[in-house]
Design a protein around this ligand. Sequence first.
Ligand code: HEC
Ligand code: HEC
Length: 162
Amino acid sequence: MNMKKLLMTLLLLVPLAAPLAQAIDFQDGMRGATPLDQTTQPPPIANTDNSDIKRARNYAMQPPVVPHKIDGYQLDKNANKCMMCHARTRTQESQAPMISVTHFMDRQGNFLAELSPRRYFCLQCHVPQADLKPLVENDFVDVDTIMSKPPGKPSLAPAKKK
Ligand code: HEC
Ligand code: HEC
């Protein structure tokens, strides 16, 4: 390699080296400070809320969160433990809220006789809760908060935690 070529190569490599060095320092809210080439220490399993107390939804279409423990509930192609209590025919005995009418609809909006396959895996949308520090910041603002602002003042301060 002649001198000129070597110089050109070095010049090209300098800007590439700087972002690489930064990438190693990269920190992520969920990984914490663990370097990317190492495995994180998993936190202890959280103690999920089992209060049976309904939580307000943040918007009308939100899947309600699960207010009870679901440890050990089988939910796979062979059995759906959730439906043992939440199915239409089980709610009198269980006193659980029935899956709503949308859970019987296919994607064309037709009503089926039973749970729609696209609503079979409940935990895709409904999740248990635990008292933990959020891993990522959230500045969601409730629509009622937006509507209660005087007009002309679109301040989007984060909703107060209840
Ligand atoms: C043994 C019966 C039983 C089983 C099994 C069960 N639930 Fe429930 N669920 C209830 C009852 C009763 C309530 C009403 C609140 C309470 O008592 O916890 C409820 C409440 C809920 C709610 C809150 C609804 C609302 O309007 O806020 C959701 C969501 C829910 N369950 C989802 C699930 C999911 C998902 C599973 C399966 C992983 C499941 N449940 C399994 C009995 C059950
Ligand atoms: C694709 C997302 C999705 C899946 C999967 C799903 N749900 Fe829901 N669920 C929702 C949404 C959204 C709502 C609130 C609006 C509505 O009723 O459609 C809801 C509402 C509910 C409610 C409250 C009903 C009411 O009238 O207050 C219960 C109970 C419930 N779901 C149970 C279940 C159970 C049990 C399963 C599994 C068999 C399940 N859901 C699967 C999205 C889902």
